[in-house]
Write a protein that binds this ligand. Structure first.
Ligand code: KIV
Length: 263
């Protein structure tokens, strides 16, 4: 049965861990879906890993829609979640609902994710859900607030920050979010938050106590350098090797060989 925002919660109730990956195009999404991933997030991390930008702030609705449509074409089973990019939900509720709606109606996403606590975006989270669009929360390190946070660093350290994060997580649950991403949070705190919520937590750099994990696909394929990522396959190295071999064969005129030629 295809995964939905509803089945996400059921997985937590059954104690089944949830595996989420990011994807930005058709072939990668189709492969992950075939492999059995539970959800695919078209993250605004595409600004970094696809568009080569320093941060996610330059990602636009047009860019998101372009990538969500490609991913949609490859996904049959996994839940397709789309990130709401910077300034697509911060300006006012009407724009937020329209933009979330576009990601669903034009892009084919089944849920949206937005960064920040209920104290800032509670009204927006409510309005998007009233339009029948499931919302995933995202707290801890929120890359769209990078200039305010002052760098990509662990969040929730110290009693005051930890309490704030615990409260933010509870409030996102009360606001109706179907899941919440915890990014770069000390593992014991993420475990405690996960145990206190009935909705699943999806961790990235938040330890094994979360109800699920998400990784940026380029990170697990050899492009990642952050401590919390793991290289499951050095696809980057393999691809570079293939490019080098092709270049060498063209230069020495051994490609194309007889088998690649028409009689
Ligand atoms: O943009 C993204 O890929 C994300 C994940 C890292 C959670 O938000």
């Amino acid at each position: 049965m295809p995964v939905s925002a509803v089945t996400f919660r059921e997985r937590k109730e059954r104690g089944e861990k949830i595996a989420v990956l990011t994807a930005y195009d058709f072939p990668m999404a189709a492969l992950m879906d075939e492999a059995g991933v539970d959800a695919i997030l078209v993250g605004d991390s595409l600004g970094n890993v696809v568009a080569g930008q320093d941060n996610t702030l330059g990602v636009t609705m047009d860019m998101m829609l372009y990538h969500v449509k490609m991913v949609r074409a490859g996904v049959k089973h996994a839940l397709l979640i789309a990130d709401m990019p910077f300034l697509s939900y911060q300006i006012n509720m009407t724009e937020a609902v329209r933009n979330a709606g576009r990601l669903v109606a034009e892009g084919g996403a089944q849920a949206v994710k937005l960064e920040g606590p209920v104290s800032r975006f509670g009204d927006v989270i409510g309005a998007i859900q009233r339009a029948s669009i499931p919302v995933m929360g995202h707290i801890g390190l929120t890359p769209q607030s990078i200039h305010q946070i002052g760098g990509y660093k662990v969040q929730g350290r110290g009693e005051v920050a930890a309490r704030r994060l615990r409260e933010d997580a509870i409030q996102l649950q009360e606001a109706g979010c179907f899941a919440v991403v915890l990014e770069c949070v000390p593992a014991p705190l993420a475990t405690e938050i996960s145990q206190s919520l009935s909705i699943p937590t999806i961790g990235i750099g938040a330890g094994p106590g979360c109800d699920g994990q998400v990784l940026v696909c380029h990170d697990l394929l050899g492009w990642g350098r952050a401590r919390f990522t793991k290289t499951y396959a050095d696809a980057r190295g393999m691809m570079r090797g293939a490019f080098e071999e092709y270049i060498r064969e063209v230069k020495e005129n051994s490609f194309p060989g007889p088998e690649q030629c028409y009689e």
